[in-house]
Design a protein around this ligand. Structure first.
Ligand code: COA
Length: 145
């Protein structure tokens, strides 16, 4: 199931984040700050009381921006990422969001494949944005009325 994250989930969330060497990390303090922002939402995927993944996004006016989606190595390729994206796509129209945007490193093939599978398309790029080497792909999904 997917549920809203709370302060008790922080250690598990940070542990999953730390499983990924290359992934930019917020750490405990970063997530604490997110919990304080009224436009920031963090949800976790839980099975048998164990957290296996999370997603964070901002809802500002009619734009929903996905900042982070991470799945534990213990449960990769089990459709958790897919379910987290579906969850957010379903949330968007309920809060008046008309467009979902995100940014991804061009070398992150798993994430790009996931987003494309969910209907996202590249609308712009930031050249050499990561490590002055890899482009950032800006992707969007326009929500049907
Ligand atoms: C990207 C990520 C969230 C995918 O999570 P996941 O739960 O393993 O993905 P799913 O099982 O839901 O897979 C859904 C689709 O994503 C794509 N995908 C997932 N992992 C993939 C891989 N290793 N290689 C290629 N495509 C992949 C496929 O299209 C897949 O569909 P399929 O299973 O029908 O082929 C996960 O790899 C992750 O946490 N990565 C590290 C953090 C990160 O980079 N997040 C994105 C930041 S922008």
């Amino acid at each position: 199931m997917i549920r809203k994250a709370d302060l008790n989930d922080l250690d598990d969330i940070v542990e999953i984040e730390n499983e990924w060497q290359d992934y930019p990390k917020w750490g405990k303090n970063g997530f604490l700050k997110e919990f304080e922002k009224d436009f920031s939402r963090t949800f976790v995927f839980v099975h048998d009381d164990v957290i296996y993944g999370f997603i964070n996004f901002w809802e500002i006016d009619d734009i929903l921006e996905i900042n982070s989606i991470v799945v534990s190595h213990r449960r990769l390729r089990s459709s958790i990422g897919s379910m987290l994206i579906d969850f957010v796509v379903n949330c968007a129209p309920k809060s008046g969001c008309k467009r979902i945007i995100l940014e991804v490193n061009e070398k992150n093939i798993p994430a790009i494949s996931l987003y494309k599978k969910k209907g996202f398309r590249v609308y712009n790029t930031r050249k050499k944005y990561y490590d002055l080497k890899y482009d950032a792909l800006l992707m969007e999904l326009v929500i049907d009325e």
